[in-house]
Design a protein around this ligand. Structure first.
Ligand SMILES: Cc1ncc(COP(=O)(O)O)c(C=O)c1O
Ligand SMILES: [Zn+2]
Length: 392
């Protein structure tokens, strides 16, 4: 018997074998665990690796547990940001979780270690994904370590970004296992083409929120935070693309303590379909992408939105406008992180911090609450060169 199964949140149907993205009824299929003995949780024999949470990760045979060299990431108590964004009443319990120290410099390694381990256990030798960069890079490295082939669909508008990112890690990835396909112009087009390739070839589609293995992998952020904090925080604040991080954090808190944290999902104002939906726009689709934050800048509302709402997420804009405002605001936001001792900070993390400021100003988040700010990755080559030079 497997120690886990997937159960549809709409009709209750149970799936116990294989890789399933959706229930037959279309519903989401989160992983559930049979009675788990948590007396040895986490399992310290795994040291600082996320596999120490293996009792609540969907892998039956730990021989398939991939070691990507991941370690527990820093969890810092903020002094400077806490003061600067709430000068009248400094925040006493603002924490920053720092993910740029991961092997591919974002929290996406946590999705990759789980997805690729379980797919290998299931006997697959090939996967297909679509990406604008971060998740693709993490999965490419994981597949290369596992000896699995990854077909990566990348939209034309992210080609340059991808080539530069990939160059940074080329020596760490065996290109025999990575097949890049530049496809369409926008992310939506690349996704559609990846889906159609997956269907035609029978290759499993790794991509996105409906790959629940990603949720299980990223859930380990929640477990680490809960271990350090000893309780569920009032808020978890993250820049949101598809919502895997928010949903995974929520799931960790529910599994460990049965209590939901407040979730704040932040999107850049120049491309923020979830925020627009939350604020009541009847058509939240963006007409154009006016943001430098390409890692999360998708103009369409993801299918994950209703699930994030059900988990209690509030959505807020980061920055006060599109690209031009971002360029004015980013240097100050980076400086704040640097003052708190976080050296490598990506645009998604600037977006999250800006959104946190807005939520404090509007009173949604109170300065005396316990807040975890997710610094989800390091700086990529997303900025115009003039600004990149001035801040490095
Ligand atoms: C660095 C970084 N931060 C945040 C996100 C948002 O991810 P998600 O909404 O899937 O948790 C992404 C990817 O989409 C990312 O690459
Ligand atoms: Zn169902």
């Amino acid at each position: 018997m497997t120690k886990f199964y997937q159960q549809c949140i709409d009709c209750g149907a149970i799936y116990s074998n294989g890789y399933v993205r959706n229930c037959k009824c279309g519903g989401l299929l989160p992983f559930r665990y049979h009675s788990i003995d948590l007396t040895d949780f986490p399992d310290q024999s795994f040291g600082d690796s996320p596999w120490k949470y293996h009792q609540v990760l969907p892998l039956n045979d730990l021989d398939y547990a991939l070691d990507l060299g991941m370690k527990k990431t820093p969890f810092l108590k903020s002094k400077e940001i806490a003061k600067e964004i709430s000068p009248d009443n400094p925040m006493e319990n603002l924490y920053i979780k720092v993910e740029a120290v991961q092997p591919t410099r974002t929290f996406k390694d946590r999705e990759a270690f789980m997805t690729v381990s379980r797919m290998r256990e299931l006997g697959y030798s090939e996967l297909v994904t679509a990406t604008t960069g971060d998740s693709g890079l993490a999965h490419a490295r994981a597949c290369s370590i596992a000896g699995m082939k990854l077909y990566i669909y990348i939209p034309g508008n992210a080609r340059e970004r991808w080539e530069r990112m990939f160059d940074e890690l080329r020596s760490d990835i065996d290109e025999e296992y990575v097949k890049v396909i530049y496809s369409g112009i926008t992310f939506d087009e690349a996704i559609a083409n990846a889906i159609s390739f997956a269907k035609k070839s029978g290759t499993p589609l790794e991509y996105g929120f409906y790959n629940q293995l990603r949720i299980e992998g990223i859930k380990t952020i929640g477990f680490e935070v809960l271990e350090d904090l000893g309780r569920v925080p009032d808020w978890y604040v993250q820049a949101v693309g598809s919502g895997v991080g928010l949903y995974g954090f929520h799931k960790a808190c529910m599994e460990r303590y049965g209590t939901a944290p407040g979730l704040a999902g932040i999107q850049p104002k120049g491309c923020a379909p979830m925020v627009r939906a939350f604020k009541g726009y009847s058509d939240p689709t963006e007409k154009a992408v006016d943001t430098h934050v390409l890692g999360i800048g998708n103009p369409r509302l993801y299918l994950s939105y209703p699930h994030l709402i059900r988990a209690g997420t509030v959505f807020e804009y980061g920055f006060s406008g599109g690209k031009e405002s971002e360029l004015k605001e980013i240097p100050g936001l980076l400086e704040l992180y640097h003052k708190d001792g976080v050296p490598d900070v990506g645009l998604e993390s600037c977006t999250a911090l800006s959104g946190l400021e807005h939520l404090l100003k509007s009173g949604v988040i109170q300065p005396d609450e316990t807040v975890v700010l997710m610094c989800s990755g390091g700086m990529r080559c997303d900025l115009p060169e003039s600004l990149a030079e001035s801040i490095t």
